[in-house]
Design a binder for this molecule. Structure first.
Ligand SMILES: Nc1ncnc2c1ncn2[C@@H]1O[C@H](COP(=O)(O)OP(=O)(O)OP(=O)(O)O)[C@@H](O)[C@H]1O
Ligand SMILES: [Mg+2]
Length: 281
């Protein structure tokens, strides 16, 4: 709605994990480097964790954008399934025809596929997002899956992506065999204060900066950091709201007062329709 007012081609602060908007903070760069290293060095297991909304799915999407189609990926994000169903989804994602097969048959099929991939020098990666929801039993079965290997190399790289609870689960005694196979776990930190204005700037640029682009004053950045604690999704939700407040007030300089207005709006549960907002202008 406010795109035209600020001259954007698209909304700068959407909450979708669109890798086009990825601002490469040093921690997001490190995370990308870590998973790239894990996959190409065939480490077997890779674990990427981070607070809710910190950018895990966005990083994984950026990774896929960078390397597909040269790598074969199965990306699973529904994690409350028993292992058989998960295996079915994985096989399906890899384009294998496994309808009506039992678990053993699916495993044989998958193994054959992985060997073919290996012979064709193609990397095969299974990414499981929201992995904090996996049961201990399913995690154990995934460990078995990673046993599919040649004498030298793991045939399948398994990337577990999840909230910090995943670290607690992986440290459970029952899962120590799995834990030992994850040499390195990477936790994405929240954005630093220094990163915040660069993050906002970057997203504004991607959305299409022009002469009507909003200007965020330094005190507005302080307020945004205070509210969001450096979590990108919270930054986006707040900035989106703040731009709406700016639009409604007909200003393009976003100062601390405008940000506080946005915070108040978010804390206020009353829902306004677009028509009502326009009426209030
Ligand atoms: N480095 C970044 N640059 C640009 N946008 C980012 C960055 N990190 C996160 N975001 C944005 O923050 C929002 C939340 O990111 P994302 O969905 O990847 O978080 P998540 O860690 O997967 O969250 P959840 O734990 O809920 O699954 C998205 O809109 C995403 O575009
Ligand atoms: Mg996510």
């Amino acid at each position: 709605m406010y795109e035209e007012f600020y001259g954007f081609k698209e909304l700068p602060f959407n909450v979708t994990p669109d890798p086009k908007f990825l601002y490469r903070s040093s921690s997001h760069r490190d995370a990308l480097a870590y998973i790239t290293y894990g996959v190409f060095q065939k480490k077997g297991f890779i674990a990427l964790t981070g607070e809710v909304g910190v950018g895990k799915t966005t990083i994984v999407n950026a990774f896929m954008d960078l390397f597909q189609p040269s790598i074969e990926v199965s990306f699973i994000f529904s994690t409350k399934f028993p292992f058989d169903q998960l295996l079915y989804l994985i096989c399906n994602d890899f384009g294998l025809e496994v309808e009506g097969m039992n678990k053993a048959q699916m495993l044989i099929h998958l193994n054959k596929f992985l060997i073919e991939q290996y012979e064709n020098k193609r990397n095969t990666v299974l990414i499981i997002d929201e992995a904090q929801n996996l049961s201990i039993q399913v995690l154990e079965e995934l460990r078995m899956l990673s046993n599919l290997e040649t004498r030298k190399r793991k045939l399948l790289q398994i990337m577990l992506v999840g909230q910090p609870e995943l670290e607690i689960i992986l440290n459970l005694r029952e899962l120590r065999q799995l834990r030992q196979r994850i040499p390195l776990l990477f936790r994405i930190p929240v954005l630093t204060h220094d990163d915040l204005s660069k993050y906002i700037d970057y997203r504004l640029k991607i959305a299409g900066r022009g002469n009507r682009t909003p200007h965020f004053t330094s005190d507005s950045i302080e307020e945004i950091y205070h509210y969001s604690k450096g979590i990108p999704r919270l930054i986006n939700v707040l900035c989106d709201r703040v731009l709406l407040v700016g639009y409604v007030s007909n200003v393009r300089t976003i100062d601390a007062g405008i940000v506080r207005g946005g915070v108040r709006d978010l804390e206020n549960v009353t829902v306004q329709t677009v028509g009502e907002i326009d009426k209030n202008r």
